[in-house]
Design a protein around this ligand. Structure first.
Ligand SMILES: [Zn+2]
Length: 238
């Protein structure tokens, strides 16, 4: 297993931890380069524990969320890029789209992962999907010589949303994260503002591990993360 240049784009600063923390940790320990973009800190809509405190302010929540995400990113060995675009609602204007495109040009990722296009429970996750989809295409063009700087096209995946069936998510790829699961657990624990998700995503990784064992017959798989492949895989043998 050799690592790749991996880019994960989340609407909020913790999204990558729950849904792709294991694959990021795997990639880093395999010698790859991992970059995580947080389009916002999730300061308004995804920082539940922090808003229980009296006299809380948005700036304070943002500061805490940034330090939590930095800690989680460091644990899984990723560079964290915070774009601070605001959440609930997340708005990605033309300037922000260009910033995201420039991250892709700089990293030249071989793999890009983001949210599914549909999420009936979240106003921001589909916005992050659309921005990532567009930035990826604006950086790679149409696979031909273009009037702008292009980088090679990346493989495009979706990470697993909270309620997969209702987001139209079909798992096409399981990543065995057994070896990195303790690292992922520590990264999840770093996101203290969303303690309520830690048990949930531990259970999810266990269920996906079960599914991965069934697909492969490999009884050594304890935990897995599920992804949906969007771009076709190109191989010389099946
Ligand atoms: Zn989110």
């Amino acid at each position: 297993m050799s690592g790749v240049r991996l880019l994960v784009v989340g609407a909020h600063s913790a999204d990558f931890v729950w849904r792709a923390g294991g694959v990021v940790a795997n990639n880093t320990s395999a010698g790859g380069t991992s970059v995580v973009v947080a389009l916002s800190f999730g300061e308004r809509g995804e920082s539940g524990e922090l808003w229980k405190l009296p006299e809380q302010t948005e700036q304070q929540v943002k500061d805490i969320r940034r330090s939590e995400a930095e800690k989680a990113a460091a644990l899984v060995g990723a560079e964290l890029v915070c774009m601070d675009l605001g959440d609930y609602p997340l708005v990605v204007d033309d300037a922000a789209l260009e910033r995201l495109r420039d991250v892709i040009r700089r990293l030249r990722p071989e793999v890009v992962i983001t949210h599914p296009a549909v999420d009936p429970f979240n106003p921001d996750h589909p916005v992050a999907h659309e921005a990532t989809r567009r930035a990826r295409l604006l950086s790679s063009g149409a696979g031909v010589a273009s009037a702008f700087e292009t980088v090679p096209p990346s493989q495009f995946f979706l990470f697993e949303p909270h309620q997969p069936e209702l987001c139209g998510f079909i798992p096409t790829t399981f990543v065995d994260i057994t070896a990195s699961f303790e690292t992922k657990r520590r990264a999840m624990e770093a996101m203290e503002a969303q303690k309520y998700l830690q048990q949930y995503y531990t259970e999810r990784a266990g269920h996906r591990g079960n599914h991965a064992r069934k697909v492969t017959g490999d009884s050594s798989i304890g935990y897995a993360e599920a992804f949906q492949r969007i771009t076709p895989q190109v191989v010389s043998l099946l």
